[in-house]
Write a protein that binds this ligand. Sequence first.
Ligand code: KIV
Ligand code: ZN
Length: 514
Amino acid sequence: MTDQLIVFDTTLRDGEQSPGAAMSKDEKLRIARALERMRVDVIEAGFASASVGDFESVRAVAAAVKDSTVCTLARASENDVRRAGEAIKPAARGRIHTFIATSPIHMEKKLQMSPDRVVEAAVAAVTLARQFTDDVEFSAEDAVRSDIDFLCRIFEAVIKAGATTLNVPDTVGYSIPAQWGGRMRTLIERVPASDRVIWSTHCHNDLGMAVANSLAAVAAGARQVECTINGLGERAGNAALEEIVMAVRTRKDLFDCETRIDATQIVPTSRLVSQITGYPVQPNKAVVGANAFAHESGIHQDGVLKHRETYEIMRAEDVGWSTNRLSLGKLSGRSAFRAKLQELGIPVHSEEVLNTAFVRFKALADKKREIFDEDLQALMSDESVTPETEYYRLLFAKVLSQTGETPNAQLTLAVGGAEHQAAAEGSGPVDAIFRAIESIVASGADLMLYSVNAITTGTDAQGEVTVRLARDGRIVNGQGADTDIIVASAKAYLNALNKLHGSVERMNPQTETV
Ligand code: KIV
Ligand code: ZN
């Protein structure tokens, strides 16, 4: 019999620890619903003690999701575990994931705790967590640099205290596959009663080996993988869910386990996460990159036309790249529009939302003959913006750009309800419109990144712009889409400014001590 490989998605927790990727409650709910549709087994919805906002997001996801287990992270402290227990209360199936660092460097320098006290804290946290749920995961942070005897000791102790999943993280992305598989095998062999728990792996990508290391752990007996959509996560990111799932599925001959994932949801979910977090997907990214199934060389194209499997090991449509992605056109009516949104899993909470979205859809259809699924997703991501989150709004823009002349932008912005006008010159049209915005807002933010991607093919495609701004140590990403890339740029810049305006203060579980 083939084992089940539990897919534990931490996009909403570890993924959110990427610079500028902080998400609002509504954004988390949209992603959680997409993960549930994809049949992810466990959704780590956040770190309930990080802030009131995080607590509320975890609670909202716990209340909304029915088919996946909803989990929250908690440091090994009484306050964190109680908060976690409270946050997952509404869940049909709730998990508390408690952790403490176990490597000498973390225990000594970060926690300033002796190994004995670390074991005590872990046991106390797991024991307390069991009062809230019988699904308790324990992680030994920085397991990769921890002494193997100490790991065996702490894992044995937390099994006795009631932990049901034991997670072995490569927190700093230091391992290589042979070593990581070996570590997992040793732990499973040496820890008493190891067959009573699920062994889990959690890998970071600092050396580009997060997926390879995770798969080596699975081959060695791990039956849970912790991963994120698009490999989002701190520094170089976490192991990418889509790559792990497709590797296990495509190389069934090598793995004696399978996931429950509905792979056709992979590409839509990848796009949603990219839009919400403002992290674009690189075109050559495995499985979800725009070029993942594109064949450029004539020899390859010829081979694929003669027999697909000459150069393709997976089918694009199996991971959600639809062969016919044409969604709707200018003549489509409201009911076709509503049905398409439903099919794409985009929630429409009221008739009013549907009506305004439909007006915007018609305006887009006037500019663009064919509307694809991706266009609708971009359109609806703008629709989730509310007056509370949209302090700055673009009302009008006019940009003149001509060879031999300095580009000039004029615009009108709504700032907290009041209209402001400005004009500015720039070295290019984007520079001019950003300067015009800044002449009104005077944000004092630094522009760290500006990128443009075409959402679909064709010269009438919408451009999707990502802007990253930094101010006083805070980093935010903004995104905007439009058939006019200057307008898309202005929308992205304002989206980032709106995020800076709404100050979300939260702490990072791994840099704060218990
Ligand atoms: O990377 C890590 O160690 C973590 C733990 C909290 C599981 O994210
Ligand atoms: Zn991590």
